[in-house]
Design a protein. Structure first.
Length: 131
């Protein structure tokens, strides 16, 4: 089922994002990233890079995911970890989860457990167990 509240043509969505940017709302770049992601990954990444590190953690987490998978940017686990950390500073579960995933891949289970415990202390319930 289609649960959208209202319908917006893509051209109108692009126009709205551009207007937001013109008015100084950089989150418009994040929405451009989402709109371009499936059809023009290069343009999507250019838009995403304009909003990372700008106190909009959803953009940082999206960039972290792409860095971790290497799907539309060069794979860089160290940089991915940095952007997942930003998400965790905003107390977002995906930030903690990404950090734990990377730490476990590296075999640093003690640090992963610390991150898990920090998330739990901050009211975030994460799936799985860190050992």
């Amino acid at each position: 089922s289609d649960d959208r509240v209202f319908y917006l043509e893509k051209k109108d969505a692009l126009l709205q994002a551009d207007r937001a940017i013109e008015e100084g709302n950089i989150i418009g770049y994040y929405y451009l990233y989402l709109l371009y992601l499936k059809e023009d990954s290069k343009k999507a990444v250019q838009c995403l890079k304009k909003v990372i590190n700008k106190s909009y953690p959803l953009a940082d987490l999206a960039y972290a995911k792409h860095l971790l998978t290497g799907d539309i940017v060069d794979k860089d686990e160290d940089e991915a970890f940095k952007y997942y950390q930003i998400g965790s500073r905003f107390n977002l579960a995906e930030g903690y989860y990404g950090m734990i995933l990377i730490l476990q891949r590296r075999g640093d289970f003690m640090e992963a457990k610390k991150v898990y415990d920090q998330a739990t202390e901050n009211g975030i319930s994460l799936p799985g167990v860190v050992r």
